[in-house]
Design a protein around this ligand. Sequence first.
Ligand code: UD1
Ligand code: CA
Length: 485
Amino acid sequence: MDQQLAIIVLAAGQGTRMKSATPKLLHPLAGSPIVAHVLRTARALDAAHVIAVVRHERDQVAAAVESVFPGCIVVDQDEIPGTGRAVEQAVAALPDDFEGEVLVLNGDVPLLDADTLSAFLARHRGRAAHASVLSARYDDPSGYGRVVRDADGAFDRIVEQKDATDEERAIDEINAGIYAFGAGALRDHLANLTTDNAQGEKYLTDVIQLLREAGSEVEAVPVSEPWLVAGINDRAQLSETAARLNALIVRGWQLGGVTVEDPATTWIDLDVRIEPDVTIRPGTQLKGATVIATGAVIGPDTTLVDCEVGENAEVKRTDATLSVIGPEASVGPFSYLRPGTVLGRDGKIGAFVESKNATIGEGSKVPHLSYVGDATIGEHSNIGAGSIFANYDGVRKHHSEVGSHVRTGSHGVFVAPVRIGDGVYTAAGTVVRKDVPAGALAVNVAPQRNIEEWVQKHRPGTAAAKAAEAAGEASGSASIDASAD
Ligand code: UD1
Ligand code: CA
């Protein structure tokens, strides 16, 4: 642990440009709130003290901070606005004798990585500077504070957009809002900040100015790639940042041995885990804590949320949440796996099948057009096309059980709760309301009656009646009857 390092994460701002009921810092990015990315980076730097400053929607933001980083100290900013006030209140929460470095991070700058920050901090410490500022050159610097340099190119000061002259606004080097300070120098000057500026805020950038006036050394350090310090202020920047992060994540998995056929249409959350030799086909989203084992082929057009997929499984054109797909199993196309689906090794969930809270054992298949809800199916059973597990009596859900090596006919209805024993057959169109013992054939279909010439009598003149008459003439009989030959 770096005993000489304290990190302050600024997370009190309102984020009005998102135009959202959700606090800006809690909008999701690769499966985690924006601020969680910054907190992960802070954790990677292993600082002795990490403080997040909250105010806007403080309960929601504080809860998110505590869930991703339990040891983080949460400080509430009072009604005095500005980045300077936020840092002032955070510093007050540090031990009085802390004399190391204070690194200030922005809660809405999620792509800045721990390696870049370590290098920045090492440079700051190496020069024994009182403050260092990360900067970037932007084609469109509007909205940011600008870094003003002197004739020799040395750092002079930072000017806020709203306080800048036209000439200063033409500068393309911006203040990224990421700083390293010596704790003592920072404490000395925070106390002297005022709200005497265009925004009526305590500017953290004024500490830089006060340091300069006191003859202290300040350096602005440009980042290698401007996107590293890109902030998220509106939803356009959110999607740009998400695309950038996704490209990095996809590339990481590609270099780790995963085939991703179309990176542009493949979205992978940060917490997903994928083994080598997985193939991901176009239009696939892997979300949450999804885990994919080697040899699996996922997609095209598949969304998996918090799923576990076994070795060599195939999942195509599928939407699945909180489901387990066993090794060698096959799912899709057009399958909908809702929470609690567990498909065993070599099992199958086929086209237009919906499942929920259903365990389908090894080698068992639900190939076509079925609903399996609240059911346990044993091993090597086959559920006929168009089967429904009727789990809901209008008030409560009930569970059904099907044994192993069962063959159910097409268009069966299993009215829960019901138990179907091992080796059972059911006839097509059976509504199973009673338990079926092992080895039985269940039939409850009424015998079929054919009422001869019903169509000609009751639907005269229709196309159907004409077709029936034509068929009768062709066979030399009014009805189709084997005995007529
Ligand atoms: C600040 C800098 C500006 C820089 C920009 C980079 C100042 C005065 N200006 O601009 O030079 O180019 O960052 O993004 O510092 N926050 C608080 N409490 C507040 C206000 C803001 O915690 O009272 C937090 C926000 O949640 C955000 C960060 O501080 O994470 C930056 O705030 P924002 O309003 O985006 O920055 P500016 O003040 O516009
Ligand atoms: Ca502001």
